[in-house]
Design a protein around this ligand. Sequence first.
Ligand SMILES: Nc1ncnc2c1ncn2[C@@H]1O[C@H](COP(=O)(O)OP(=O)(O)OP(=O)(O)O)[C@@H](O)[C@H]1O
Ligand SMILES: [Mg+2]
Length: 297
Amino acid sequence: MTSIQLNLLDVQLRNDSTVGQRADTPTLPPTHTPTHTPTHTPAHTPVHARQLTKRFGDNVILDQLNLDIRAGEFVALLGRSGSGKTTLLRALAGLDRITSGTLEVPKACTAVFQEPRLMPWKRAWRNVTLGLKLDQPRQHARQALAEVGLAHRENAWPGTLSGGEAQRVALARALVREPQLLLLDEPFAALDALTRIRMHQLILSLWRQHRPAVLLVTHDVDEAVLLADRVLVLEQGRIVSDIAITQPRPRSAELPQFQQVRAQLLELLGVEIDTPVTTENAPAPVVMPFNFSNFSI
Ligand SMILES: Nc1ncnc2c1ncn2[C@@H]1O[C@H](COP(=O)(O)OP(=O)(O)OP(=O)(O)O)[C@@H](O)[C@H]1O
Ligand SMILES: [Mg+2]
């Protein structure tokens, strides 16, 4: 069995168990049957982390972090590279043990990563239902693939899918598990700009329809503000900022409220913001090869 397969099966194992981690429980490799203490997280707060600490050797990555995510809430998580976003997501997914603190997440929890992690030797529909015991797996897979606009590729081999298509199969694989908590670790990072925009629309429509709680890790401040109800910033192992985005969807990056939140977040992330463009310092206009305003996506 390859490591990719191990990782994937690992996430699926968590789908079949209630995940409520407590520290200092015996450590087993993540591919074993989970040993988490079963807990019953209140339905309105599927994610409840208190004093969550994760160390790698002497390095404290998550430092007594507290986090709540309400049912159906869409939360984005920003933070500098190496700040511990993936570490937090892996802890929530039950892939890594926490060092101390408590962590409760719902039984139905699935994760989508930057790379789709499909089994190349299984057709798209089989990847969708991999590891699940269903009466009519193909029918379930077909329905999930239709939801991500890929009904026509159910028999495709992963190697014949584009990056965006493969990532949509990964989303279908997450959806078919009917997650209460959907964890997304930079799922659009490897996609081109237009495919990303399509994926934003898709993820929002799937979220509206299925209403899982979502935790989206991203480096893209605009993506976070466009999609989320709340944007968190992780720094030095803790959530240092928690900003509610109240602008109704669909959101426009042109609006002053959007730009205000973006500026606030960029500052928190230590990114210097350019001087506002005025008539005096505006660059010469660039002639585009064709009119993008007529380009429909
Ligand atoms: N298995 C591991 N063993 C030792 N150190 C690790 C391990 N996994 C992560 N780390 C360290 O933990 C820190 C946080 O890593 P993590 O991958 O969570 O960061 P991140 O915020 O997701 O970064 P990026 O934005 O670049 O993806 C890094 O310093 C990393 O080197
Ligand atoms: Mg990461």
